[in-house]
Design a protein around this ligand. Structure first.
Ligand code: HEM
Length: 538
């Protein structure tokens, strides 16, 4: 090859990479310009965020949040004023998207379930879940997958449900014994049989979950009448405090850089509450782990044993003691509020509409008779009682929203753009009261759930026309236990006692609490045993 041709060729070869870069940059620039101008001048409308109040720079709609408590009422009112069933409320940097329509809710949790399977981060969730080591509060990822699998397959499987049958019956019997004892009590005004339904049902739920987890109703000595001792009262109150904090819209979760200022004292309150709960739980967990390690315990008797005994693929303990402790608190929180709140509201509604109570009693008498208490095997035949429970879930859910579902990528839902990181909060209250779905939505009408062919009434609703156990990847794994507990409270108490308003009260006040979705005042009503007295004694 001649020298000049060689130089020319090597120059061209040296130029190649440069040439490729220039061409690539040119193509990218053309594409970007095209995208920009097509976007700008295209007739196709760009998907917009759902409608919402105009946000301020940086803080978004936080002033509205701070000025309008409780937050759920503010959000629902805004949506009604804007005549929308989906809204976008910007809190700091977060897009919070409340939804009140079952069709839109289904788009999120059925059609695009995989995109919305995460949870939001918050100071309170972080503390309760011990750094997101649990199930309910933990964002999508390996830890959530591990814990959800354990909860679903090792604690709440059909086999384990049967295994725990006797513990559930023992607590249902104790509930009857406790209420029966209350019937014997005459207060200072000479009124006998006054029962605080909120207290009785909350303690039943918590007794049951304590029995399932720790194989014990009481932390301390308990009470001879079947009621809670001071330890149990403190324990249950603390669980309900945690539920309150976990659903509070704390401004620090949206402006995390203010967190160190501790302005609302939430961190302190949550830590103090957790300290109370851990005072009861931790010694039991530590002692039990020791018993298993020392070979003093070899038979599984409750969920704690199951959790301690679980092994991973390398035969190491599947759960650390920190994971066990945090998961126990979360499971207790998941169990205590729904069944108790449903019965308290339903009984209040049914005392005001005695024909409903009468119909439930007739069903129970015809299925169970009057010689024994209701048992779990009666549940399939108690369609009217289940319809009452379902109606209570529809009209009076225990919380205004379900825990937030977080978008893991940008996505279009319906006609709206939902940015990655958005927090979708499905309104339990407004889904169940949506007038496009339900006639007379504010009326307590159990018969609306009865099927014309008499087929089984269930408490689940995957169509999300009412929000009970939700649907999709983050749905509740406690459907069987939750349903059993709820129906047993309804069936046992309606079958075992007559219920009336206290003397001098003509109708039960159905006002909702100012701050949450519970009845404004705990329901206190008069009970009288309906069945042979021997039955109630343990
Ligand atoms: C009547 C009783 C109950 C009702 C109405 C209920 C309702 C719910 C709802 C609405 C959710 C949120 C679902 C979502 O985010 O889409 C949930 C989640 C959950 N529930 Fe329940 N629940 C009940 C009882 C229980 C019980 C007894 C347990 C276990 C002991 C339990 C364990 C859980 C867990 C672990 C989750 C989190 C699932 C996840 O994030 O992947 N629930 N429940």
């Amino acid at each position: 090859m001649e020298l000049t041709s060689f130089l020319l060729l090597s120059n061209i070869q040296g130029f190649w990479p440069f040439f490729v870069v220039i061409i690539t940059a040119f193509i990218v620039m053309i594409k970007a310009l095209k995208a920009h101008f097509v976007d700008k001048f295209s007739k196709k409308p760009k998907p917009k965020l759902p409608p919402g109040p105009k946000p301020w720079p940086i803080i978004g709609n936080l002033p509205g949040l701070l000025a309008n408590k409780p937050t759920h009422k503010w959000m629902h009112k805004l949506m009604k004023e804007m005549n929308t069933e989906i809204a976008c409320i910007r809190l700091g940097n977060a897009y919070v998207i409340p939804v009140t329509c079952p069709t839109i809710a289904s788009e999120f949790l059925r059609k695009h379930d995989a995109t919305f399977a995460s949870r939001s981060l918050s100071l309170c969730s972080d503390l309760i879940s011990d750094g997101y080591s649990t199930t309910v509060l933990t964002p999508f990822g390996d830890q959530w997958k591990k814990m959800k699998k354990i909860i679903t397959h090792d604690l709440l499987s059909p086999h384990k449900h049967i295994w725990l049958h006797d513990k559930r019956t023992e607590e249902a019997d104790n509930l009857m014994f406790y209420v029966y004892n209350k019937c014997q009590y005459v207060n200072n005004d000479g009124v006998s049989g006054l029962v605080n339904i909120r207290s009785a049902t909350r303690h039943y739920c918590c007794n049951l979950i304590r029995k399932i987890i720790f194989n014990s109703r009481y932390f301390g000595k308990g009470r001879m009448d079947g009621g809670p001792g001071p330890e149990e009262v403190e324990h249950v109150d603390s669980l309900f405090d945690l539920l309150k904090y976990v659903f509070a819209f704390s401004v620090y979760d949206y402006l995390p850089y203010l967190e160190g200022l501790h302005l609302d004292g939430q961190e302190k309150k949550v830590k103090e509450t957790l300290k109370i709960i851990k005072k009861y739980h931790d010694p039991i967990v530590q002692e039990r782990i020791k018993q298993w390690n020392d070979g003093l315990k070899v038979v599984e008797e409750d969920w704690l044993d199951v959790m301690i005994s679980l092994r991973d693929a390398n035969n190491n303990p599947a759960l650390t003691s920190e994971e066990i402790n945090a998961q126990i608190i979360e499971l207790m929180m998941a169990t205590v509020d729904n069944p108790s709140n449903a019965f308290e509201w339903a009984l209040a509604e049914m005392i005001n509409q005695p024909e409903l109570l009468q119909r439930a009693v007739e069903e129970l008498d015809s299925v169970v008779g009057k010689e024994r208490f209701v048992q779990e095997y009666d549940i399939p035949k108690l369609n009217y009682v289940k319809a009452c429970a379902r109606e209570a879930f529809r009209l009076h859910p225990s919380a205004p929203f379900i825990p937030p579902h977080v978008a893991m990528s940008d996505i279009k839902v319906g006609n709206y753009f939902i940015p990655k990181g958005s927090q979708i909060i499905l309104s339990r209250q407004e889904l169940g009261r949506n007038s496009k779905v339900w006639s007379e939505p504010y009326k307590f009408k159990p018969e609306r759930h009865l099927k014309s062919d008499g087929s089984d009434v269930v408490l689940t609703d995957p169509s999300l026309k009412l929000m009970s156990f939700s649907t999709g990847r983050r749905s509740c794994p406690g459907v069987t236990l939750g349903t059993t507990m709820t129906v047993m409270i309804f069936a046992r108490l309606i079958h075992g006692f007559t219920w009336n308003a206290p003397p001098n009260v003509s109708t039960i006040n159905l006002a909702e609490s100012r701050d949450d979705t519970f009845l404004a005042e705990p329901l206190v009503v008069v009970a009288k045993p309906r069945l042979t007295h021997e039955l109630y004694h343990l």
